[in-house]
Design a protein around this ligand. Sequence first.
Ligand code: ACO
Length: 331
Amino acid sequence: MSVRRSLLVGCGSYLPERVLSNAELAEKVDTSHEWIVQRTGIHQRHVAAEGELTSDLAINASNKALAAAGIAARDVDLIVVATTTPDDTFPATATKVQAGLGVTNGAAFDVQAVCAGFVYALAVADNFIKAGQCDTALVIGAETFTRILDWEDRTTCVLFGDGAGAVVLKAHEGSGGVDDHGILSTHLHSDGRERDILYVDGGPSSTGTTGHVRMEGKEVFKHAVSKLGGVIEEALEANGLNAADVDWLVPHQANRRIIDAMAKRMKLSSDKVVCCIERHANTSAASVPLALTEAVGDGRVKSGDLVLFEAIGGGLAWGAGLVRMGYPPSA
Ligand code: ACO
């Protein structure tokens, strides 16, 4: 049986030039390099320059993803940007990206699921492709997350950074089996009852301000380990696969200890897990495509590899996706 699939045919990323080390941060707030590394695995983060916007990061990452895919911007007919730090309250950052890339076809809109945003955007674009509503999609995670941090709150400001990652999806007829290339399945969840453990204390409708990130770290940590473990199992079961069938885990980069817990649960050795938290910190919706691009770029992740994405963030919102990378040999 022929099934419409979304092939993942290219990826790209962009990090702002400025690097902020733990040592530099320790000069501003009461923290230390040792504490940050021991609790999170983070050594440094990138910070967007003054005047450098989320859309700028997204456009840079998208141009690289399109070049890697060998696809012209004029062929893109859907742009989904996952972000919590849009340029403006409206219009959608995706429409600025659309204009910046010179795309005039189809639709462009933002998806808001905080750190789970990329997995949500991937699911949205995959479903548009499967429904026949578009043929070539750009899915972007882009954040200037450092702009919503309270730099006097050491419990949050040490954790986050800025960056962007993008992937290109292309419609293709597959067989419907797990050997198909492309997105095999996506799995999304949310639970609004947990809003108060991770939120921003401002917004256009509530305070008329942007607000700052507030988090009960221990609670988020507990939920992350149990919910990500659950959605990974769900994704594998839905496809009749075992953890051993997965070539690469590309997880959200929130905390090295959460990443290690997922690898342990899947019995995956650490060389099968893509981890870049030490250099990027938590870039929210950008973290998964940033990690993927790094692993594709250095030759670890290859065409035909089965990759498992997972992420969790404010909402709570979480999800996972299983993707066989690249073009099938016949394409
Ligand atoms: N430097 C030094 N000490 C600190 C710092 C800091 N930056 N931050 C907190 N501490 C102190 C605390 O005040 C506390 O001190 P006390 O014992 O005297 O009260 C002590 O360190 C321990 O604090 P905990 O909060 O218990 O530390 P924990 O081991 O839980 O680590 C952390 C905190 C890193 C935040 C962890 O809980 C975590 O990673 N949680 C998950 C975060 C996450 O995954 N977020 C992802 C989603 S983000 C999104 O969607 C936007």
